[in-house]
Write a protein that binds this ligand. Sequence first.
Ligand code: NI
Length: 171
Amino acid sequence: MSILTIKYCLDPVLRKKCAPVENIDGDLVTLSADMIETMYAAPGSGLAANQVGISSRIIVVDIGAGTDKPNPVTIINPEITASEDKILGEEGCLSIPEIFAEVKRAKRIEIKGVDLNGKDVRYETEDHVARAFQHEMDHLNGKLFWDMMSKIKRDILKRKFKKILKEVQKK
Ligand code: NI
């Protein structure tokens, strides 16, 4: 397993809609393991494949986040099939380091897809984990969490991010 480089938000790969996975092969199994390792090393509780430069519909989310039992799951070709209630909550993104903002998301969702064995999977989640799934789904569709904010708010965060990026690149 290896830790992959996480792409920052200005990288065009994060703006492209990811393609559905057609074949589950050894490379995909390796990618999933690497994504999970990269997610925990960051540290974060979710990661989409395009964040490591692969434009395919694969996400990993720690459905045990917020508890003392980590439980990373991989979903291939995920779809949110139901959502309920809206809730504001703080959100960050591994592709936009050190920037956090309040984002309105569904409180509860149902998500479906297939796992690494090609078996159908379905999760019903709420709060933090539901938020992580929605956030990663957005990544697969080329969206970032600040797209949901007003242009003024987004521009403030973008300026802040560019400053942070300069500091990071100086190191
Ligand atoms: Ni993100």
